[in-house]
Write a protein that binds this ligand. Structure first.
Ligand SMILES: NC(=O)C1=CN([C@@H]2O[C@H](COP(=O)(O)OP(=O)(O)OC[C@H]3O[C@@H](n4cnc5c(N)ncnc54)[C@H](OP(=O)(O)O)[C@@H]3O)[C@@H](O)[C@H]2O)C=CC1
Ligand SMILES: O=C1O[C@H](COP(=O)(O)O)[C@@H](O)[C@H](O)[C@H]1O
Length: 515
């Protein structure tokens, strides 16, 4: 097979100028991370910045500014970046890359309420603009508890940090969950849109940055053989699972009172549903892709008999990976009477021609037996099986499983004849795995999305309309659960969730997959 010659690609005058294989490199800019001492920043954001630098996708004068309450100097922050890069970066540590990054690292200490801190941030950015040529191009990443979104944006505007001089840009990146219900999401949007123009706002959902999530678009729309089956003529039901084996760790302050439904179902799982169920966009530009997701979310709802169409749970003490682990109510920082759910399952129906009659089951939880995210299309049984009484037919359901993580790929489950002289059918799998098919490694979701922000490319960032529709789907469920007098049903850590969740899907004649 002919090898692609990379040097020719850059020198060949006939090369398509739109060639998307050219590296995408950000222009001069500063990335300011609020909440830089937090879990997300330490595990994902700082390593992603380093990985981008390592891949040569950041400009030489790039600057990284951290903002948090801790009483740190630049060098303390630099040490934290260094440690989290060494621990969590995808690409190997290189001294020269680190040295270059280090030159642009600064820290500002203060609270969201402190005018002094924002004055210092302004002075720091002005200095960087002069020293490193970042030219007034600033991306403000709010990696903070949702209650801080509004106050920080107000402070940015108050201190002239969002001013447009005509030849610079300012962008704001807002972590999920955007609001805690429809009403608060609308209120937050009023704050955002009074301070920023639509193209300056990036609502981040890191699942959209995952390689395997984008591959759902390739699987569906780059092939002819799947789409004809992708509807209620052939699909019996769809299961979307995001299971985590971890508990809440040190994040009680954020998680308790929010719960798993607001934390990930309102955003990651409903985005997966939208990508799995939407119609084909004309192209993958922001407007087209987001319009199709919006349409399908507008057609989705949880059937109103919530006692039957939903289930919630809370993990109790149990065993995980051979170790005894505490129950949710015993975790440090959790209110001992907390009713926060750590398991959530809902049935979603989609009222359109393609999906009428096909339930989508969404399930997510902490402290499940293993970490796995997948989207599984389960197909109807064949209308007739031409086998004799004496034949052995052990068929489950045909399924197409998009394995988002950690074992990334696609699995097709179908029946095959067992070798031998008798007709014996058994279920088998056909697998595509990234490792076996590609030499390229997948960028981390945050790597991809931070670069998109710095380049000003919005297709992978949900619109406010998608956020609001997602709350509209889940608000009635959350209200219903809040009205119940009892605690969420307990499930032992390290198991597949409460009995009510198994009953919920069994009533419809199905069972949860064991991924
Ligand atoms: N953790 C994760 O895996 C993921 C998190 N997210 C989202 O990212 C955001 C942050 O989450 P996470 O990192 O887990 O949260 P953490 O609680 O770990 O971190 C919160 C950060 O905000 C800072 N902070 C809080 N209040 C103030 C204040 N009044 N003034 C200044 N700084 C303040 C803290 O600084 P200090 O050190 O001074 O306390 C800390 O740096 C959330 O919106 C979450 O939904 C999204 C995807 C995954
Ligand atoms: O958004 C969140 O996602 C993480 C899980 O992310 P993943 O990429 O590892 O699947 C979850 O642990 C966290 O609670 C939530 O805020």
């Amino acid at each position: 097979m002919a090898q692609r010659n990379v040097i020719d690609d850059f020198t060949n005058p006939l090369r398509d100028p739109e060639d998307r294989r050219l590296p995408r490199i950000a222009g001069p800019c500063a990335l300011v991370i609020f909440g830089v001492t937090g879990d997300l920043s330490r595990k994902k954001l700082m390593p992603a910045v380093y990985d981008l630098a390592h891949r040569g996708m950041l400009p030489p004068g790039f600057a990284l500014v951290g903002f948090a309450r801790r009483d740190w100097e630049d060098q303390d922050f630099a040490q934290q970046v260094h440690d989290s890069v060494k621990e969590n970066a995808r690409t190997p540590f290189r001294e020269d890359v680190w040295e270059q990054l280090l030159e642009g690292i600064r820290f500002v200490s203060g609270t969201f309420e402190s005018d002094d801190a924002f004055l210092k941030l302004k002075a720091t950015l002005d200095e960087l603009d002069n020293e490193r040529g970042t030219g007034g191009n600033h991306a403000f990443y709010l990696s903070i508890p949702p209650s801080g979104f509004g106050p920080v944006m107000q402070q940015l505007r108050k201190h002239g940090l969002t001013e447009d001089h005509g030849d610079n840009w300012n962008r704001v990146v807002i972590e999920k969950p955007f609001g805690h219900d429809l009403q608060s999401a609308r209120e937050l949007d009023q704050v955002v849109s009074a301070l920023f123009r639509p193209h300056e706002v990036f609502r981040i959902d890191h699942y959209l940055g995952k390689e395997t999530v984008q591959n759902m678009l390739a699987l569906r729309f780059a092939n002819q053989m799947f789409e004809p089956l992708w509807n209620n003529h052939y699909v019996s039901h769809v299961q979307i699972t995001m299971a985590e084996d971890i508990g809440i760790g040190s994040r009680a302050g954020y998680f308790d009172g929010i719960g798993i439904t607001r934390d990930v179902m309102q955003n990651h799982l409903l985005q997966l549903l939208a990508l799995a169920a939407m119609e084909e966009p004309t192209n993958f530009e922001a407007g087209q892709l987001r319009a199709e997701k919006t349409k399908v979310l507008a057609a989705a709802h949880v059937p109103v008999d919530y006692a039957r169409s939903t289930a919630r749970g809370q993990y109790a003490a149990g065993w995980q990976g051979g170790q005894e682990v505490a129950g949710y109510l015993q975790e440090q920082g959790v209110d001992p009477g907390s009713r926060t759910e750590t398991f959530s399952a809902v049935r979603v129906d989609i009222d359109n021609r393609r999906w009428a009659g096909v339930p989508f089951y969404l399930r997510t939880a902490k402290r499940m037996p293993r970490r796995v995210t997948e989207v599984a299309l389960n197909f109807k049984k064949p209308p007739h099986l031409p086998f004799a009484q004496t034949d052995t037919v052990e068929l489950g359901t045909n399924a197409l499983v998009m394995r988002i993580q950690p074992d990334e790929g696609v699995t097709l489950r179908f029946g095959a004849k067992v070798p031998g002289t008798q007709m014996e059918i058994r279920e088998v799998s056909m697998d595509f795995g990234y490792g076996g098919s590609f030499t390229e490694s997948s960028p981390e979701a945050y790597e991809r999305l931070i670069l998109d922000v710095l380049l000003g490319e919005p297709p992978l960032f949900p619109l406010q309309e998608e956020v609001e529709l997602s709350w509209k789907i889940l608000d009635p469920v959350l209200d219903y659960w809040a009205s119940l007098p009892e605690q969420p049903e307990q499930y032992a850590a390290g198991t597949w969730g409460p009995k009510s969740a198994h009953d919920m899907i069994a009533r419809d004649g199905f069972a949860w997959r064991r991924p």
